[in-house]
Design a protein around this ligand. Sequence first.
Ligand SMILES: Nc1ncnc2c1ncn2[C@@H]1O[C@H](COP(=O)(O)OP(=O)(O)OP(=O)(O)O)[C@@H](O)[C@H]1O
Ligand SMILES: [Mg+2]
Length: 222
Amino acid sequence: MKNQPELITLTNPRSSAAEAYRALRTNLTFAALDKPIETLVVTSAAPGEGKSTTLANLAVTMAQGEHRTVLVDADLRRPSLHKIFGLSNDQGLTTMFVEPETLQNPPLAETGVENLLLLPSGPLPPNPADLLGSRRMEEIITALVTRADIVLFDAPPIIAVTDAAVLGTKVDGVLLVIGSGRTRRDHAQRARELLERVHVRIVGAVLTNMPGDATIGGYYGV
Ligand SMILES: Nc1ncnc2c1ncn2[C@@H]1O[C@H](COP(=O)(O)OP(=O)(O)OP(=O)(O)O)[C@@H](O)[C@H]1O
Ligand SMILES: [Mg+2]
């Protein structure tokens, strides 16, 4: 496996950061009283708050906990999960919109982590929100859910574009990443409003960039 500096859950599973991801996994596992969360989207108010890093480490932690996990790069504007795992982005989510037969056989990439498959973004489309809001996207989600215990979607920040809100309406819950000391309070509040307006279920929030901690530093329910 390649050197993957962002994946502290792989490189240093005994660190306090990896422990925080395990706590997040536990919290998410018990967040749903009626039925387990099968599909989850991550977003943040603004760019660069640590969404992709957080989600990739959560996915590794889920897989380490023996959940069959599919990680999907639904950030069709600035995809980065393939880079974090050192994989190609030639085929992925957008391929499934243009090649209908891939519904039966999605172009899932082995990550080198047991129980963890990646669906990269694929080539970038001109109209990400239209794709994510389409009926075909629902079929894709259903196809992925049959192959996994949990499907995790990366998405763009929510204040600038609607992608995360659109996708959020099609999944069980949304996880809000908040860059500590970075996200403005009014922006975090606005992000929450934008999600609540479309009746998206916010299942939790993760604080990143805590001083003195290399990855996530805290979790609280909202
Ligand atoms: N908890 C963290 N502590 C310190 N640096 C971090 C943390 N999480 C991510 N980073 C670094 O911050 C940068 C942005 O992280 P990342 O790509 O995960 O954010 P993002 O919210 O997905 O960004 P984008 O909005 O561009 O998709 C990266 O260089 C990453 O290595
Ligand atoms: Mg990202």
